[in-house]
Write a protein that binds this ligand. Structure first.
Ligand SMILES: [Zn+2]
Length: 433
C-alpha cells in the first residue's frame, strides 16, 4: 500500500534530480529571504551563483540548535509572520526554548510525509488511532493528528497523561493504533494490568507507533510480548517538522522522503561524511520548507543509513534505529556508551523489568562511577537476597562483556522507579552539581 505510489517508488536517479534542483533553489531562497543564511554564506564566501548542487553540498555551512537559540524567536524565519500559520516550540529543558514556524505549505508537506509513512506501516482509513503524544507546543500530538485525519482514519485525541482514562478510551472506542513514547506504552500496559484490562484480550489494539526517545530492539520485543501489538519506530524533530517518517512493514529502517529531505551522515567530531553504512550523526537539509528552511541541520542523533531499494518497493533511503543523541552519550572513564546500548543489554535478561535509570557520580578521588538501577520483572520468581545479589553480579558482568563498561547494578522492586508520560528521563548526572 502506498500513499503516493509514483513518488515513493520513483527511481533513485530521478529522486536525485529532484534533490539537485531543489537544493540549488534552496540556496538561492535562503540567500534571498533569510538574513541569517545570507550572513552565513557571506562569512564563508559562498556565492549562490557558483553553487553546483549536490556535489557542493559539503561547502554549505552546518546549522545547529544554538543558531535557533541565538536567533530566538523569529531571527531565522524566511517569510513574514503573516504567512506563518502555526508555531511549535521546544521545552527549553537544555537551554533557551527554540521556536519553529510553519507556512500553510509547510504543514501540507508535513502531513503528506506522515501520510506516506503511516500508509507504509499499514495504517488505513479503517483504523481508529489513539494519539497519546502531548498536544500543544510539542509537535507529537498535532503532527499525528492532522495526518491521521487526512488519511481518513479516526482520531482519538487523547494527548498524554491520565493513564487510566487512556486505557478506558482505548477499550471503549475500539482503538486499533496507538501513538506515544515506547516508555509510556510500557507504563500503560502496567496500568492496564492493575485495572484488570488485558490489552491483548480486551482491546482491538493491533499496532503502535513509538518514538520521541531512543529505544532498543529488545524494548520492541517486550512491548509486543506484553500487548500483542506490532510496534513501529517513528522519527522527526520539531525543527524538521515533527513526526515525519516511520518504518515500513519491512521494519528494517525508517524511510526518509528524499524529495523533501536530504540526509547525510557525518562524523560528529570532524564534520566529515562517514563511509557507506557507517555510524555517525544524522544531518538533514530541508528541501521544501518555506518558513524555516534548514541547511545541513545537525540533529545530534546517531544512526546509519541504507540506500539500497527496500523490499517494500520504496526507493527512498532509510535510517536505522537511532542509537542515541550525540549529547546523550555517556563518557565514563573514557568509555563512550549510549543509554540505548545499556538498555539493549538489560532487556535481554528476562528477570529484569523495563524501567531503569542510569546515575552518574564523581567519587572524592575524581573517578566517575556509574550506577544502574533497574526493576525486577514482576514475573521474576526471586525473593531471596542472595539471588538478587547474584543477578546483580551477572548483569554487571554482561555490561562489562558487551560494552566494556564498569557499572554498579542495583536491582529494585517492580514499580519503584519513576514513570513518564512523555519522554523518559534515563540519566541522572550528578557529576555537574
Ligand atoms: Zn520499505
Amino acid at each position: 500500500m502506498y500513499w503516493n505510489s509514483s513518488i515513493e517508488r520513483l527511481p533513485q536517479k530521478d529522486l536525485e534530480e529532484i534533490q539537485e534542483r531543489k537544493l540549488k533553489a534552496l540556496v538561492f531562497y535562503a540567500y534571498e529571504y533569510s538574513p541569517f543564511y545570507r550572513r552565513k554564506f557571506k562569512e564563508i564566501g559562498l556565492n549562490p551563483w557558483d553553487f553546483n548542487g549536490l556535489r557542493d553540498l559539503h561547502k554549505l555551512p552546518f546549522t545547529c540548535k544554538q543558531d535557533l537559540r541565538d536567533n530566538y524567536p523569529f531571527g531565522m524565519f524566511a517569510v513574514p509572520l503573516s504567512q506563518i500559520v502555526r508555531f511549535h516550540a521546544s521545552s527549553g529543558t537544555t537551554g533557551k526554548p527554540t521556536v519553529v514556524g510553519y507556512t500553510k505549505n509547510d504543514i501540507d508537506v508535513w502531513v503528506e510525509c506522515l501520510c506516506r509513512a503511516l500508509t507504509s506501516c499499514g495504517v488505513t482509513n479503517n483504523d481508529i488511532v489513539q494519539i497519546s503524544y502531548g498536544y500543544g507546543l510539542f509537535t507529537g500530538g498535532l503532527g499525528f493528528h492532522y495526518a491521521v485525519e487526512r488519511l481518513g482514519a479516526t482520531v482519538i485525541p487523547a494527548s498524554a497523561g491520565n493513564t487510566r482514562r487512556q486505557i478506558e478510551l482505548m477499550k471503549d472506542l475500539h482503538a486499533t493504533v496507538i501513538c506515544c513514547t515506547p516508555s509510556y506504552m510500557l507504563y500503560m500496559s502496567e496500568v492496564a494490568k492493575e485495572m484488570g484490562v488485558d490489552i491483548k484480550r480486551d482491546t482491538k489494539l493491533r499496532m503502535g507507533i513509538f518514538g520521541a526517545e531512543p529505544w532498543s530492539e529488545e524494548t520492541r520485543k517486550r512491548i509486543e510480548d506484553k500487548t500483542g501489538i506490532t510496534a513501529y519506530d517513528v522519527y522527526g524533530t520539531s525543527e524538521l517538522g515533527g513526526p515525519l517518517f516511520t518504518e515500513c512493514v519491512e521494519r528494517h529502517g525508517i524511510h526518509i522522503w528524499a524529495d523533501h529531505y536530504l540526509i547525510e551522515i557525518i562524523d560528529p567530531k570532524t564534520g566529515e561524511p562517514v563511509g557507506e553504512g557507517e555510524k555517525g550523526e544524522l544531518v538533514v537539509t530541508t528541501l521544501s520548507k518555506e518558513a524555516l528552511p534548514l541547511i545541513r541541520w545537525r540533529t545530534g542523533d546517531i544512526t546509519y543509513m541504507e540506500t539500497d531499494k527496500c523490499a517494500c518497493g520504496r526507493t527512498h533511503p532509510r535510517i536505522m534505529r537511532i542509537l542515541g543523541r550525540a549529547d546523550d552519550m555517556i563518557i565514563v572513564r573514557g568509555v563512550n556508551v549510549f543509554p540505548s546500548q545499556i538498555e539493549h543489554v538489560l532487556m535481554q535478561i528476562p528477570e529484569l523489568g523495563e524501567h531503569y535509570v542510569i546515575i552518574l557520580d564523581r567519587k572524592p578521588d575524581g573517578l566517575d562511577e556509574m550506577t544502574i538501577q533497574v526493576e525486577l520483572s514482576d514475573k521474576a520468581k526471586i525473593d531471596r537476597t542472595t539471588d538478587i545479589l547474584e543477578l546483580e553480579k551477572r548483569v554487571e558482568e554482561l555490561l562489562k562483556e558487551y560494552l566494556n563498561v564498569r557499572a554498579k547494578v542495583e536491582i529494585v522492586n517492580p514499580g519503584t522507579l519513576q514513570r513518564f508520560e512523555g519522554k523518559a528521563k534515563r540519566i541522572i548526572d550528578r557529576r555537574k552539581i
